[in-house]
Each structure stands twice: as structure tokens, then as C-alpha cells.
Design a protein around this ligand. Structure first.
Ligand SMILES: [Zn+2]
Length: 134
């Protein structure tokens, strides 16, 4: 009997550079890249990135497609989500932030966080305007 493994990560719609960025930060932060079973890239309206714990114990990483035009913002989001995975916690507590800021400068992080919120909010406003016209 043969077992064929297609890919560790579902890469449909995920640009190569994003996968490389996730791999790079997995190595830096100490997260097993193979534990990320899926990277989902869609134009989400409520968040920049999200970590979903799958029933089998692996992770699904969601990255907002709207952010792909700004790779610095993507880097900040990827680091944020991988720290959640490393700590196996969804909380934004002191432990979370002290680990986060060992991988990204605090001032730079908050600057990129603002930019992320602007990109996501602009998209949401555009969608609401389109709804009003219907
Ligand atoms: Zn978070």
C-alpha cells in the first residue's frame, strides 16, 4: 500500500514568498512548520491574521489577502500568529507581548499594526458603501 503525501501545506492561492516568510519565522520562533496544516489567504473584513487550532492538533493560519501588498505588515502579522502558536495560547498577555517584541521592534510593530488596521478598515468602509448603493 502506498501513501501519497501531496503537500504539508495547502498552498492554493498562497504566494510562494508568503510560504517562505512563514517558514523563516517558524525557524526563528521555534514553531514546527509541519504543524501548520493550511495557510488560508482571503480578503477578510475583521482581522489581519488568525490562528485556528484544528481538531487534529495542527494549526490553520489565516492571512488577510488585502495585506499582501505590504510585506512589512505581513511580516508583523506572521510573527504575531506564530507567537500564538509557540505559546499555544490565544491571549494577548504580558508573556505574549514580551515574546513578540523579541522578534520585532515594539515601535515598528505598533506602526505596522496601525497600517494593518487602516488597510482592513478601508476595505470594510468600501464594502459598506457598496451595500448602501444596492
Ligand atoms: Zn493575536
Amino acid at each position: 500500500m502506498f501513501i501519497v503525501t501531496i503537500a504539508a501545506v495547502c498552498i492554493i492561492g498562497t504566494p510562494r514568498w508568503l510560504i517562505e516568510e512563514v517558514k523563516r519565522w517558524c525557524n526563528n520562533i521555534g514553531v514546527d512548520f509541519r504543524s501548520i496544516k493550511k495557510i488560508e489567504v482571503k480578503p477578510y473584513v475583521k482581522f489581519g491574521g488568525k490562528t485556528v487550532i484544528l481538531p487534529n492538533g495542527g494549526f490553520m493560519l489565516r492571512i488577510n489577502e488585502l495585506l499582501l501588498k505590504d510585506r512589512d505588515v505581513v511580516r508583523a502579522v506572521v510573527i504575531h500568529e506564530l507567537v500564538h502558536m509557540r505559546l499555544k495560547s490565544r491571549w494577548h498577555n504580558d508573556k505574549f507581548y514580551s515574546m513578540l517584541f523579541t522578534y520585532i521592534d515594539e515601535e515598528e510593530y505598533w506602526r505596522l499594526y496601525e497600517r494593518m488596521n487602516e488597510i482592513v478598515a478601508d476595505h470594510l468602509i468600501q464594502r459598506l458603501r457598496q451595500q448602501r448603493r444596492r
